[in-house]
Design a protein around this ligand. Structure first.
Ligand code: GLC
Length: 415
């Protein structure tokens, strides 16, 4: 089988009717941003199935607009924390937090590629109000100092990124009851978050649950309150693409509102610049300080279209030094950082979907050499090692889960 055929097969094997699970056993439900990437993969050979992926994802949307990070369409014993732990009291059951809002942008990419434009237009009509509501939730329930906030590392999609360590370990460990992780029964411990990190993740989940996951009341009390450079860049880009999508249908009723949201987020972006690092980073809204840790997400402002020329110059210098330090791009953590661990999840390994987002932004800014290096490295890694969850940037070895849906999808639509 060619890699392309294998990739299609992986999507089919991980397909549960109208949604795709990220990987068998390790992630047996529908995940928010994984699903959006999967939809693009499906779109390369089955457009109807691609639109279904989004429809099924939005079947889990909450009344307040929040699009949960996990939708538990079925039960499974291989994952912790499951639907009972989250206890969302929704139908279908879901988690109580969201994930990076790539949806509008990936709907746009799918729409542009679709051959059947009349079907695509129909689908767009159904999806647009839901996308608008999702963005509204971020801009109202999760907005502070003009920036978008997050209340849990899982919401950033970069679970154990070194950026979160300080804020995460401030979360008091008043755990109600014990718990048993399932991930380390499936994947080597050295490739996963630590036990200490998990204790704090669960403690934070329990705080969120005790407030019914409601943004308004959590605002003052939640110990972990961060403006993630990833979410902020991804939403800024998504706002612009949502505006574009509305324009395709000729519907202008929200244009001004969306434009206002875009400029207010753009105006706040300077808070995310670290002059110490000479790069973008995440901002701790509890201590009102920028977190001086550079990660792959520090380069997402290119994707947001939010980088001025003088900042771009500094960021490219950084990228260049990283390129010399690792064999494959783009490591998830600054390879010069003392916490860099090439095998441990988001503390060093390469993630194909982040590579796609960053390279897309670099290419759009005309930095094609850097973009091509990232793209070609991603292709080499997948072709050599298979459709793995993440990869070691120093030796290229595949890590984490295998037959991973978004790696397969990324290969299909990008590589
Ligand atoms: C991990 C990743 C997250 C992803 C999920 C399912 O939790 O950190 O980004 O969505 O796995 O693949």
């Amino acid at each position: 089988m060619t890699p392309r055929e294998q990739a299609r097969q992986i999507l089919k094997d991980n397909c549960h009717g109208t949604y795709t699970i990220p990987a068998k056993d390790l992630y047996p439900f529908q995940w928010n941003w994984d699903s959006c990437f999967c939809a693009l993969g499906w779109g390369t050979f089955d457009e109807v199935r691609a639109w279904q992926e989004f429809d099924t994802l939005f079947s889990g949307q909450w009344k307040n607009g929040m699009l949960p990070h996990i939708i538990f369409h079925k039960e499974s014993e291989t994952y912790f924390p499951n639907a009972d732990i989250w206890n969302s009291q929704t139908n279908p059951p879901t988690s109580g937090i969201s994930q990076p809002p790539v949806a509008s942008t990936l709907v746009k990419f799918l729409y542009e590629r679709c051959k059947d434009k009349s079907e695509a237009k129909k689908r767009l009509h159904t999806l647009l109000p839901k996308l608008f509501l999702y963005h509204s939730w971020y801009h109202t329930h999760r907005c502070e100092n003009g920036l978008i906030t997050t209340y849990h590392p899982w919401e950033t999609g970069r679970d154990n990124s070194a950026e979160w360590d300080e804020a995460l370990f401030r979360v008091p460990l008043k755990l109600k009851g014990g718990f048993e992780r399932r991930d380390t029964a499936l994947i080597e411990e050295t490739e996963r978050p630590t036990g200490k990190e998990y204790d704090h993740y669960v403690a934070l989940l329990q705080i969120l649950k005790s407030h019914d996951y409601d943004g308004q009341t959590l605002h003052n009390t939640i110990p972990f309150k961060i403006a993630d450079i990833g979410i902020n860049s991804i939403l800024l880009r998504a706002d612009k693409d949502l505006l574009w999508l509305y324009q395709q249908t000729g519907d202008t009723k929200y244009s001004d509102q969306i434009k206002n949201r875009i400029s207010s987020l753009e105006n706040a972006f300077d808070l995310l610049w670290s002059s110490e690092c000479e790069n973008y980073g995440s901002y701790d809204l509890r201590t009102n300080t920028i977190i001086p840790v550079e990660t792959a997400a520090s380069f997402l402002p290119f994707y947001a279209g939010a980088v001025s020329d003088d900042k771009a110059e500094k960021m490219l210098k950084k990228l260049h030094s990283w390129e010399k330090q690792v064999k494959f791009m783009l490591p998830s953590l600054d390879p010069f950082h003392h916490k860099f661990e090439p095998k441990r999840y988001w503390k060093g390994p390469i993630w194909p979907i982040i590579n796609f987002l960053v390279a897309t932004g670099l290419k759009e800014h005309g930095y094609t050499d850097h973009a091509n290096r990232i793209q070609e490295d991603t292709r080499k890694l997948i072709e050599q090692e298979g459709f793995r969850e993440y990869f070691n940037p120093l030796n290229g070895l595949g890590l984490g889960g295998s037959n991973f849906s978004w790696a397969a999808a990324t290969y299909l639509f990008w590589l």
